[in-house]
Design a protein around this ligand. Structure first.
Ligand code: FAD
Ligand code: SF4
Length: 516
């Protein structure tokens, strides 16, 4: 029976289970660059460049291994259904294999294919995660809250990662409390942040870059600063560069933000791991080897491992639980209705932390986790922005954004719009956190020490205003009861001044005209 494996653009793993079931002599691989799909959202130009260039490099890789790859290149009117129909007919394919897509919309599309194409379609298990999503759904469906730490420990034991005689290596499961060094501590350390390794653009990259300008001239962002690998060999070098040169300080300065630094000691592997150019266990094994060779301390290595086998897997599981219960995109625990401010598209705001972080995103499609959570997400939450709008913004503006990962991180972790399914309390703060962890406040038009009034940092009054507005939903959360104790000690006059400053500031925000 003649078979074809349809490889999606975010499934470029050699372990792809649909690919592995092919007979490379008789069967074919199908890959389609769908203009229709790519235009569903206003994706950052650099993300489009990464995706299409990585797909074309994967075509080369598979061809060199002897596969017949039928590849539809970007063009007007191109979409998945027509691409599949034409290719399968031309090659008299009788069975189509597709690895379980990562996102609900594509799963539904794949499930509709037998009827639409009139052939057998087999959805093969997803091999790009360490979590079995059906098992995860079965175990957690219907629960109100999940706890990352529990899942992380389970994964450590299951995979035998950083475990010695049944106990965590180094004696502790989690070294997070060592990983909160401030911007001041970074300056005192006199450490230099090593420049990241950047591959040269090859002919395929340049060709795709021109196509992105041709087909998506008005999309957000730019490809001018594109610095990511688009082929597997380069992705591995990129990972090695992180492991050898930055991992050792990853832990200490994981939460530190500097206005002129994009990456600090982070890995920037999310755009690559999310499309299958590198594998999760490859990252984990390399990090552990670095610890065993005495070249990286346990707080860094455990911290990094927790991101990969803890957070990444947990988020994937949470997405599938929530999607099995309804539409996660629509959740809005606080009933927030404000449109996202227009400055999220330009960076034009006097709030220095937001302005600089947005400029980083426009240029690179990247900021590290803390700028996402405690600057961009924090502001949207405190300002009462519609969760669906901020979710779409992250989805469009970041190079690593796919529904399965962006939605639980934004709707769940950052906006608490799922009422605490992913996070045990809202991740929000006034200026104190940003002032301690960054150097943004030093050159800001606002004063982080002032609480109300024109010069005061908006994070300060927005924070208390948010807590007052949502007291009925939050006071009973025992992780923030103490904060309500502080609020209770504020006088009525102070509370009135907070409300007044918040209302004045919020009414000055210009709404965006992009999302309705
Ligand atoms: P590092 O700090 O070097 O961490 C290593 C790896 O751990 C990451 O590459 C990533 O694969 C994984 N990881 C760590 N935290 C998470 C997490 N919470 N969820 C999933 N994987 C995680 N991550 C995405 O991959 N795509 C997104 O669209 C995305 N959107 C986010 C939106 C918000 C509001 C927040 C708070 C987080 C978001 N994250 C997203 C998670 C995290 O911020 C990024 O994975 C990380 O910043 C990527 O940079 P890095 O590769 O340098 O990560
Ligand atoms: Fe951001 Fe406030 Fe600091 Fe300005 S003062 S950089 S707005 S936290």
């Amino acid at each position: 029976m003649k078979q074809a494996a349809w490889i999606l653009g975010d499934q470029l793993s050699l372990k792809n289970s649909a690919l592995q079931q092919l007979n490379s002599q008789n069967d074919i691989v199908v890959m389609i660059e769908s203009l229709e799909h790519a235009r569903e959202l206003n994706h950052h130009k650099a993300k489009l460049m990464l995706c299409f260039s990585a797909m074309r490099h994967f075509r080369e890789e598979l061809s060199s291994k002897g596969y017949t790859v039928c590849y539809e290149e970007l063009g007007e009117g191109k979409n998945f259904l027509e691409g599949l129909r034409e290719t399968l007919k031309a090659h008299a394919v009788e069975r189509l294999l597709v690895m379980a897509p990562h996102e609900i919309a594509t799963v539904r599309f794949a499930q509709s294919l037998p009827q639409r194409l009139g052939i057998e379609v087999v959805i093969t298990p997803n091999t790009m995660f360490l979590t079995d999503r059906d098992e995860f759904i079965k175990k957690h469906k219907g629960k109100k809250h999940l706890i990352l730490e529990n899942y992380y420990r389970e994964m450590r034991k299951k995979l035998g990662v950083l475990i010695e005689n049944g106990k965590p290596v180094g004696g502790e499961w989690n070294y997070d409390k060592h990983n909160r060094q401030s911007a001041k501590a970074f300056a005192q350390s006199k450490l230099k942040i090593p420049p990241i390794w950047k591959p040269e653009k090859d002919e395929i990259d340049k060709e795709v870059e021109a196509l992105v300008e041709q087909f998506f001239p008005n999309n957000i962002g730019t490809t001018k600063h594109f610095h990511l690998p688009t082929k597997r060999r380069d992705a591995e070098t990129f990972l090695d560069d992180f492991i050898e040169n930055r991992l050792a300080h990853f832990g200490d300065f994981e939460d530190t933000m500097l206005k002129d630094e994009l990456i600090m000691f982070h890995s920037v592997i999310s755009p690559l791991i999310n499309i299958g150019l590198i594998e999760p266990m490859q990252c984990v094994e390399k990090a552990i080897a670095q610890y065993e060779n005495g070249r990286a301390p346990i707080n860094s290595v455990e911290g990094f491992v927790r991101q990969i086998i803890g957070w990444r897997e947990f988020i994937y599981g949470c997405y599938w639980v929530k999607m099995s219960e309804g539409d996660y995109h629509e959740e809005n625990y606080f009933n927030h209705t404000r449109p996202l401010p227009d400055f999220y598209w330009t960076g034009e705001t006097k709030m220095n932390c937001l302005s600089k972080a947005i400029q980083k995103v426009l240029n690179f499609g990247y900021t590290h986790h803390i700028e996402r959570l405690m600057v961009l997400g924090n502001f949207a939450l405190l300002a009462g922005v519609q969760p669906k709008q901020i979710n779409r913004w992250f989805w469009e503006f970041y190079l690593d954004a796919y529904d399965w990962v962006v939605t639980p991180n934004v709707i769940g972790m950052s906006q608490f719009a799922d009422g605490g399914f992913v996070a045990t309390k809202p991740y929000c703060s006034g200026s104190g956190y940003i002032e301690k962890m960054s150097d943004y406040c030093k050159s800001c038009a606002f004063n982080p020490k002032e609480k109300t009034g024109e010069k005061a940092c908006p994070f300060n009054y927005l924070y208390w205003d948010f807590l007052m507005r949502h007291e009925a939903k939050l006071r009973s959360n025992n992780r923030i009861t103490m904060i309500y104790g502080t609020l209770d000690r504020k006088s009525n006059e102070e509370k009135r001044a907070i409300r007044h400053s918040a209302e004045t500031f919020l009414s000055s925000l210009k709404p965006n005209t992009y999302y309705t």
